[in-house]
Design a protein around this ligand. Structure first.
Ligand SMILES: N[C@@H](CCC(=O)N[C@@H](CS)C(=O)NCC(=O)O)C(=O)O
Length: 251
């Protein structure tokens, strides 16, 4: 059975949405990123960038196990293995792959930074600075990534004009992008008035039973989160480097 090294985050949801949609059995191996599981030697063996999700398929292309990290690579692998959610002709295939790459290179990293500067940076800074100073320090990143978020929503909105899904047919491009749009309110985005095509697509995606199930399964995994101090959680998520976990420091 396919093992997904997983925590209920947008990048994790992408993969479970595919597996639920395709009806492929899988097992979730929790990687509690707040508690630092992403730094264990066993996990780094399959995901050297210390990020989840990662996948181990015991039944790889040559009959041997294969490990893959990066959610976009996992989606492409699964789409090819199961012959689903990606067209087979070269033109259609690359139409989907380019939007998966767009999500991976833009939507994930930029909206991740949007979350960081709108939510986490103020939380971290308020430990050391008074509110006016926090606001001053956070403002550049806050504005920069909130604007970038809107730019990306506009790109998506244009692409969805007159279409049910990003590439016409439902595909891994939608599965990759939707989980990052789910927390749109946190990104300071108003779907209703500014991005009507995204709103329509969002509502369709949210109602898909497999999407629902994937997010629900994720919620259950989230309930297993271990108790760690705020300080430890922040260090794991925003500061820790692999060499803090036993690797020699760079000189
Ligand atoms: N480009 C990677 C990004 C993965 C990623 O950033 N995962 C986050 C959670 S969404 C993570 O593992 N964070 C742990 C950490 O920051 O140490 C992918 O799409 O798989």
């Amino acid at each position: 059975m396919i093992d997904i090294y997983y925590w209920p985050t947008p990048n994790g949801h992408k993969v479970t949405i595919f597996l639920e949609e395709a009806g492929v059995p899988y097992r979730l191996v929790p990687v509690d990123i707040g508690a630092g599981d992403q730094f264990t030697p066993q996990f780094l063996e399959i995901s050297p960038n210390n990020r989840m999700p990662a996948m181990v398929d015991p039944d790889g292309p040559d009959g041997k196990a294969i490990a893959i990290f990066e959610s976009g690579a996992i989606l492409i692998y699964l789409a090819e293995k199961y012959g689903k959610f990606m067209p087979k002709d070269t033109r259609g295939r690359y139409a989907v792959i380019q939007w998966v790459m767009w999500q991976m290179a833009n939507v994930g990293p930029m909206l991740g930074q949007t979350h960081h500067f709108r939510m986490y940076a103020p939380e971290v800074l308020k430990k050391d600075f008074p509110p006016e100073e926090v606001e001053k320090r956070v403002k550049y990143g806050y504005d920069r990534y909130s604007n970038e978020a809107k730019r990306l929503y506009a790109v998506l909105d244009n692409e969805l004009e007159g279409k049910d899904y990003m590439c016409g047919e439902y595909s891994i491009a939608d599965m990759a992008t939707f989980p990052w749009i789910l927390p749109y309110k946190r990104q300071g985005v108003d779907l209703e008035t500014e991005f009507p095509n995204v709103r329509r697509w969002f509502d369709v995606m949210k109602e898909r039973p497999a999407v629902h199930k994937a997010i629900e399964e994720g919620r259950k995994v989230g309930e297993t989160a271990r108790q760690v101090s705020d300080e430890e959680r922040r260090a794991n998520l925003f500061g820790k480097r692999q060499w803090d976990r036993g690797r020699p420091a760079a000189s």
